[in-house]
Design a protein around this ligand. Sequence first.
Ligand code: FHN
Length: 581
Amino acid sequence: MRSALTRKGRGMIPALALALACGFSARAEGPPLVGETPAQHDARMAWWRDARFGMFIHWGLYAIPAGVYKDRTDHAEWFLETTRMPVSEYEKFAAQFNPVKFNADEWVAVARNAGMKYIVITSKHHDGFAIFPSKLTDWCIKSTPFHRDPLKELAEACKKQGIKFCTYHSIMDWHHPDWGVRRAWNDRATGTPDMNRFTEFLKGQVTEIVKNYHPAVMWFDGQWEKPWTADRARDMYVYLRGLDPQLIINNRVGGGYGDFGTPEQTIPATGLGPGVDWESCMTLNDHWGYNSHDHHWKSVTTVIRNLVDCASKGGNYLLNVGPTAEGLIPQESIDRLAQVGKWMKVNGESIYGTSASPFRSLSWGRCTRKGAKLFLHVFSRPADGALLVPMKGTITSAYLLSDPATPLACSAEPDGVRITLPATLPNADDTVIVAEVQGDVQPIALVFRQAADGSLRLLAQDAELAGGVQVEGDPPNLGFWTSTEGRASWPLTIDRPGRFTVALEYALDPASPGSEYVLTLGDQTLTGKLAVTKGWQNYTTVNAGTLTVPKGPAVLTIKPAKRPVIGLMNLRSVTLRPEES
Ligand code: FHN
């Protein structure tokens, strides 16, 4: 579970809502809402799953102040909320919005040259301002000196350059008088909010977008406030799928519906579970909307490795740019994306259309897969100059993706297949080696062994999971432990048997008191009650008791002893330490 997050320059985002936004399963349980067969669903999702890499664009009136207001410089697209500026004041930005340097072809070329296959642009963010000429409101581009249609121009440029055009649309609307959570600083709104009227307005606007710009994805956001109910979410999903049966809709339509999960500013350590589509969205610096003071840019290495990490877990990577009020993508963004594009030109085959790694974790990097090809992404060169692929099975050939003519030696050994690396790796960010396999790849399961001092530290991201438990957060923890079915296991081997103390490093929000767990190791059992901590991200370490552990293989498992109030706990690690130490 996530704690309530105070985002830099933004308000608190309700914990569970953010968790829902970020990663809950993307499709509500039960039959698909619109009678789509699995084969039809796969056909509709096919291009999106192949694409793996997209550009997010946050662009609107908030680019005018560019993050600055009075004594603060950390605002961005939440400007209206974080400054609490009267809406009547904020509305004056419309008359200043004249992005004369906006060139859709140039924006799309930046994405295409980076190797991105789709673009998601904010048609309307939480401030309610539409960057397209809506017939339903004047709070849109019509009220600016910029008498063009950026969405139309971008959609056309995408079509010309073979990039999928997609739109982001906020459900929450801080400007509209009928949005159910009226802000005190909305001095323009009158009357009582009417969510039925608002929903008709929202439906009307997304209809304009679908009919006039034909987005491939409707990327909803701002679904977390109470007036947006699961029923409204379900109705919206069904309505839009009726409008365009090929439209893909993200899980932030709300209510547990949607076609893919949307972890934000994080990459789920093991994806969102088998068969769940997901896309991690991230900023390139620390803000979504343009902030003239934010120079905290991610490195090219970080971007490449994030993209590879997502693909290795079966997910997409949606990377954001925040253009200026003049209509320019910041040069720092352009430069980084151009470098990523150089890597993609050589290695794109190891990303596009690939599926998740068959291996739980690899000490030297990541793996993606396409048919009989394993793409081994080497982030750090092992000291012994060989790559251990923890698998049984046959690798018929191995070579650098950038140099297929030069074979690399392979040797099958008890703990896997060793591939001899070249003396130097051509790309320090990520050198890709292709291993062509014959028949099945049988991963050799990770077995955890004692360290030199006899201790054993079992980490969240290495656990085998069942029953909906998810790895989340950074550093990783096991969360969403909401049912008694949820369990985490670690296969281990004890070379030095004896009595061990067991320590749990956990967090437990006061909203979920009384959690009880059962820990088993072989025929030994420990049970315990967990005291709450200050929150889901406030960790403590507790002694769970001692166990007598014999020599040899065993499995340590933790599960709830009873149904948790919300979540059993967030668990970062389990440590076994020899009692005498
Ligand atoms: O509140 C928004 C935020 O401004 C931004 O648009 C991100 C992008 O995914 N979504 C919401 C925060 O989760």
